[in-house]
Write a protein that binds this ligand. Sequence first.
Ligand SMILES: [Zn+2]
Length: 292
Amino acid sequence: MTICVDMGATEIKVAPIKEKNNEIFVGEVQRFPTNAYLGKQGIVNALRGAIASLYNADVDGVAIASAGDIDTISSVITYATENLPGMIGFDFAEFCMQEFNLPARAINDAHAALLGEMVYGVGKAHLDKRVVMLTLGSGVGGGYFADGDIVANEENDYGRFGHICLEKDGRPCTCGKLGCVEMYLSGRAIHRDADKMGIDGPDIFEKYAQGEAKNVEFVEAFRNNLKITLDKVMSVSPFDVCIMGGGVADWMGEHFSSITKDLGYSIIRASLGNSAGIYGAYAQYNKERKIK
Ligand SMILES: [Zn+2]
């Protein structure tokens, strides 16, 4: 059994995965607060507690997806925002070995979500294609898959599509730049914009489908922003298929296809929901182990 962890800025999800005859079995997902407000020690304590909750003699290792930039060879956090204060330089492999005597492998959470979809989700049918993923959640995560693996390099800014410039001199972003995609397409941004227009958040897409004028205007603006984003993603990471996940995709519900059609791209909905990071962490862990 492998302990699989998905560490975000607000919560740490953890679940056991067992594999038998090439089939995987995912146990119950438990959630713990990350306690990022307590700084590095608080985060590390939360991580230790999350792993310890599933620790037993059958565990072979720890598979981790985490916010921040992760070097997948060393499993070290090479960059993190103030969402995970003090965590730059944190070594997941060293931590798990010291604390639990277990090997560990880590990968960025957005990359994990894409890898999870490719190996265990809707991406399985597109393994021979170039695939991008946009996760429209509280932030906007991105990832790029080509030639059978995640591609993250300087040319595509490590798949940080949430921080591509959507509007020149636009809204200030937490990263310090102006007009980032995340300031327009994240769940938070959409809620805020809807509020300003006096549109009720939960029904945005439902009332769009019913033809309510305000909502049509709002969703058309959203579609336009999405199209600009995909055009820009295409220029740094040429793709055949886009997998869209996160809370915003769930929010669209049954209207997903009608909202994402006619943008000039093949857009499909993610299939693993909140657990994509857990699956992807496991896929990465296993891949590394097999390579060794
Ligand atoms: Zn930004």
